[in-house]
Design a binder for this molecule. Structure first.
Ligand code: AMP
Length: 368
């Protein structure tokens, strides 16, 4: 496994398979060109390794040169402009073989082919070590293909992710983690904490309750606890910046988890966006927001009841409870819309016995 910037990659194609493919390419080219000396034109930066190895196993004499496509923003209507740099040999009457590390959509190869076909060459062939048939959009035939691969993001053997990874002698693919990430949603007192306990065991998920993390920090008088206490005591939301950083740290603590139950987070759109960003950097996403729907008066009754034993100051006072519910409707309920737009919102009736509600939740999660 390798880490490049924010992404993890796992081994995909080993050195032996790559060398065998290159040897096959070399032999096919040699047998087509007979005794004519080819000029291999490598397309930088990615193709430097494949060109080097191809020449080493090419059974006869050959020449090499490199080109690079530089793309820059043109002015106004011209949009992106592609310019070829580096070609200065006279290729007239030569057997030219364009060598690519990978052909994806085929855009670059098509542009190159156009340019070289105007150079009065004797023949123009195209070769690539890797080819993605599912991504290829052009009709130009590629003469020599080393290895066909599915439409995956790969690095190594000349290929990079934002500059890194070219040096690896084998090829890696992006690690896709099949995580299950559930947002357990609903007003205070809806039963999120109770249900999260069941869900985390059933689905082997890590339960993160932002409220619990805050209370733990308050109890231990940490800096975080001190900065959150005044808000929590009044039933207000802790500022996004504090909450988001805390949530990130909790997720980071559980590298390799099967997934998360987010309980009490996100509560604002900024938090929802931060969560999307965090999960996408881990190559995963929110699977669904599962919301417990409970009538306000039932909530107030439940919370006052809980206040008798929970020791939570924000459960002991009816006006603070009502403020928490109000904050939920004023600031948090908009998140229903946020996830509904992505077809990720699932409402569940939160009134009934604990077992009944657990079963309703399980049914929704199983179908995700
Ligand atoms: P809870 O245990 O989820 O009811 O949360 C208790 C209190 O912690 C809330 O009333 C807020 O003051 C604070 N809190 C918990 N989660 C968040 C969050 N995602 N954003 C802001 N404040 C939060």
């Amino acid at each position: 496994m390798i880490q490049l910037h924010d992404k993890t990659f796992v081994p995909f194609i080993n050195e032996k398979t790559i060398s065998a493919a290159i040897k096959k390419l070399a032999n096919q080219i040699a047998s087509d060109l007979n005794d004519e000396v080819p000029v291999f034109i490598g397309v930088l930066n990615g193709a430097f390794m494949v060109v080097s190895d191809l020449m080493k196993v090419y059974p006869r004499n050959c020449e090499v040169s490199f080109v690079k496509m530089a793309s820059y923003e043109g002015t106004g209507s011209t949009g992106k402009v592609q310019e070829l740099i580096g070609i200065n040999e006279n290729l007239r009457g030569r057997q030219v073989v364009l060598v690519e590390d990978i052909v994806d959509t085929g855009n670059t190869l098509e542009v190159l082919y156009e340019i070289f076909s105007k150079q009065d060459v004797k023949s123009l062939k195209t070769a690539t070590l890797f080819f993605k048939p599912e991504a290829y959009k052009k009709s130009l035939k590629i003469d020599y293909i080393g290895i066909e691969i599915p439409n995956k993001f790969i690095v190594g053997y000349g290929l990079d992710y934002d500059g890194l990874g070219r040096n690896f002698p084998e090829v890696y693919q992006l690690k896709t983690q099949q995580m299950t990430n559930i947002i357990l949603f609903g007003p205070p007192g809806a039963g999120k904490g109770t249900q999260a306990e069941f869900l985390k065991d059933t689905y082997n998920l890590v339960h993160i309750s932002t409220g619990d993390v805050f209370r733990y920090n308050i109890k231990n008088e940490t800096e975080l606890g001190l900065s959150a206490k005044s808000y929590i005591d009044k039933g207000q939301l802790v500022p996004d910046e504090v909450t988001i950083n805390m949530l990130k740290a909790e997720v980071e603590k559980n590298e390799g988890a099967n997934g998360f139950i987010f309980d009490g987070f996100p509560r604002t759109e900024a938090q929802a966006k931060a969560l999307d960003k965090l999960l996408s950097s881990k190559n995963t996403q929110v699977n669904g927001m599962v919301a417990l729907e409970v009538d306000d008066e039932v909530l107030v009754k439940r919370l006052l009841e809980r206040g008798k034993t929970s020791g939570r100051p924000d459960d002991a006072d009816e006006s603070i409870i009502r403020n928490r519910i109000k904050v939920y409707y004023d600031e948090t309920a908009i998140l229903k819309d946020y996830y509904q737009k992505q077809d990720k919102y699932f409402g569940v009736n939160g009134v009934g016995s604990i077992e009944e509600i657990t079963e309703r939740l399980n049914n929704v999660i199983d179908a995700l």
